[in-house]
Ligand binder design. Sequence first.
Ligand SMILES: Cc1cc2nc3c(=O)[nH]c(=O)nc-3n(C[C@H](O)[C@H](O)[C@H](O)COP(=O)(O)O)c2cc1C
Length: 469
Amino acid sequence: MDLRGFIKRCEEIGELKRITVEVDWNLEISHISKLNEEGCGPALLFENVKGYSSPVLTGAFGTPRRLSIAMGMSETYSMCDLSKEWMKFSLGKVIPAQEVSTGPVLENIDTAAAVNLEKFPVPKFYPLDGGRYIGTAVFLIIKDPDSGKENLGTYRMQMLDNQRCGVQILPGKRGERIMKKYKKMGQKMPAAAVIGCDPLLFMAGALQQEGVSQYDVVSTIRGEPTEYIISDFTGLPIPATAEIVLEGEIDPNNLQPEGPFGEYTGYYTDEIGKEIKKPCLEVKRVLHRDNAVLWATSVGRPVTDMHMLLAFTRNASLWTDLEHMRIPGIQSVYIPPESAGRFWAIASVTQSYPGHSAQVANAIIASTTGSYGIKGVIVVDDDIKADDIGRVLWAMSVRYDPLRDTEIIKRGRSTPLDPALDPNSSKLITSRILIDATTPYEWENKPVEITMDKEMLTKVQSRWQEYGF
Ligand SMILES: Cc1cc2nc3c(=O)[nH]c(=O)nc-3n(C[C@H](O)[C@H](O)[C@H](O)COP(=O)(O)O)c2cc1C
């Protein structure tokens, strides 16, 4: 599947609307998209952007139905069940990605002075944003100089001018660790930004799983090899059916002002009024398909498709982490999109020994995904599914005793984008809360829960219409 296949499938089942009236890239596209997403509307393809002939796609992942399409499912799964499917696939036999010699991404090749990022209908999202953002549904391909392995990472990208993009690679990310290696070697880092491709590949760019090829992960989930071309310019593997690829290099010593940008937390971070410098992609060559689709996510306060995507990918990788850790009894795991897709995690467990539920909470915090930015974990018994928020609140009301069942952890890795952290601190460390909302396994006399009489229940159900309902 490429982005066009995804668009086609969405349109066939009424999950995509084409907007044919003229719209402005300056705030109008983003504001239409935000309002549309707040009403759980379809994905939008803006075909008539003022001053441009190529389209913009937004809202691709706004509903579990569209996430299911992206995953290749014939029916609609809940986000929790979709994450489980991803987890199951990714633990299966690895299908390697495949190198090919050509693909539609090579339909247009702009080099040197012909490179002009302004040829694409790049949106500006919010009034206080520092400029137009070309990379919201984007990932950057770089290569670890030690292992020779590629790394895909999604980092927001501002169009600084028609040949340069500011790239927000946050501290501690693999992207940053790799960039530091180039800095140490005194070299510029070759990089390629991909905008528009197989939706799963974009999701994989947000995965934090260490030591796996994201191309292979997508191939394994798709059940067929993802095709890539080795660029004769950067030597990097580029998706053969990508819409737009910006190839160039990042000089680790040349940081440029980037931002502000209205983030997925619903806030600007600490950038308003301050000049904050970030890595800069100097674009030397642009590859794009004919009539390239510029894919953008919505941003701002939850819930937008960005939160659906973040919650889904983080949930899938958290669940995969827990399976790798061989924690028994886990029934479901859920990171709610409403938690900005990343700050809270809920797990449901079948307890088999005293302390089992606490082990699950600790494992979540210790996992690769959970150790980054999760502020709260709630564990519930297996009669409650992790995404059944009403029941989770019920468990927190009737099974949870704050003094007995709460652990506060003082220091853990945070995201500097968290507006709850002291703006005068480094914003790299957060505290965490672990809430055990299960009934303690070791209690001999457990509270007796009300259940209905089975025989009467069957009888009532069979007479339901007779009662006049
Ligand atoms: C839509 C979207 C936007 C993101 N923006 C950023 C960003 O601007 N900077 C960043 O460091 N991480 C961002 N992330 C999270 C990273 O993609 C994620 O942490 C990923 O694992 C980074 O890759 P790396 O660990 O290989 O560096 C974003 C994720 C998504 C889904």
